[in-house]
Write a protein that binds this ligand. Structure first.
Ligand code: PAF
Length: 318
């Protein structure tokens, strides 16, 4: 597929039908990466993976789907032909994972980042300026099972938007992804969507990691005052960032996610329980950075950040 970008600020008029085959490489075949690999492949696209695994072919299976797929892994030729690189590695892995791929890519290759947390592309802005770059957030729930297949634990929505001017001309990508796995929408302001997801992660992830509890336990009376203070601080930072949000609406949105995922153990809960480094730097860490910039006091979130860092260093003491 040949997508020509003008150097001037002309909006790309070409619309690419969702059914046209695209060459897609997925960097980071964890649960979300494999979920998209499966659905994009089934939608007719030429999908391959790029990962730390050394096998040249990897299997992609989704629970309750009869067919499993065999997909090329680490094929340099596929990188050179790629129309889209979907980057689904964790936030803290983005910088190291993307650099080795860049020499293979054409300047028309679309880079699409999809992960929890914010701030990963801030240090890469100059590098990414060459490529049409998109950011996405998804609320699909997915987990890798012991056998390596994907359990699609909750259907959700995906929102995609442009990071740079070239990226903002790629609205058609939302149609391509929607056709593969609905609902996917395009937004002109991806930061609104990313901040909403960040607020959910800031409220749920550190607390459930520190208390080693399920998401649903945050609805218990003894956690309400703490949760409420945390959300108030988050809403003040969001307002300073120019995000259109009322404190009470944010509280009710976060409570809805807590109810909907009541039985889940959050990703940060799991990282701490399994002795792994968490995504705290790109979740609460990013909130603290923006709070400092706007001179907004966020003492409770700061406390959570420090407690999670302490748990990363010393683990859970029982
Ligand atoms: O990180 C997670 O676990 C999820 O984003 C969420 C929404 C908190 C549900 O567990």
């Amino acid at each position: 597929m040949n997508i020509a970008f003008s150097t001037a600020n002309i909006i790309l008029s070409k619309t690419i039908p969702a059914a046209e085959t695209m060459n897609i490489v997925i960097l980071g075949p964890g649960a979300i990466g494999k979920l998209w690999a499966y659905h994009l492949n089934k939608a007719g696209h030429r999908v391959s993976l790029w990962s730390r695994k050394t096998e040249r072919v990897l299997s992609v299976a989704v629970e309750h789907k009869t067919e499993s797929l065999l997909v090329q892994n680490n094929n340099e030729h596929r990188l050179k032909e790629a129309d889209i690189i979907l980057i689904t590695v964790k936030a803290r892995q983005v910088e190291n994972a993307i650099h080795p791929l860049l020499p293979y890519l054409s300047q028309e290759t679309i880079l699409l980042f999809m992960h929890n947390g914010m701030g990963t592309t801030d240090l890469l802005t100059a590098t990414l300026a060459k490529y049409p770059t998109l950011l996405a957030t998804t609320s699909h729930g997915a987990m890798l099972t012991a056998s390596g297949s994907v359990a699609h634990t909750g259907r959700g929505n995906t929102i995609i938007g442009g990071l740079n001017e070239k990226g903002k001309q790629c609205r058609f990508i939302a149609d391509v992804f929607h056709h593969a796995l609905p609902n996917t929408e395009w937004t002109q302001d991806i930061y609104q969507a990313l901040w909403h997801k960040l607020s959910v992660n800031c409220a749920i992830n550190p607390l459930t990691a520190i208390l080693q509890c399920k998401n649903g336990d945050l609805a218990k009376a003894q956690n309400q005052a703490m949760l409420s203070t945390i959300i108030d601080e988050i809403s003040r930072v969001m307002q300073s960032e120019g995000i259109d949000i009322q404190k009470n609406r944010l509280r009710s949105q976060i409570n809805t996610v807590i109810q909907a995922t009541a039985e889940n153990l959050s990703s940060m809960n799991r990282d701490i329980a399994l002795g792994r480094v968490t995504e705290i730097e790109f979740i609460t860490g990013y909130l603290l950075k923006r709070a400092r910039y706007h001179n907004v006091a966020v003492p409770e979130n700061e406390k959570l950040y420090n407690q999670v860092k302490e748990l990363e260093r010393n683990g859970i003491t029982k």
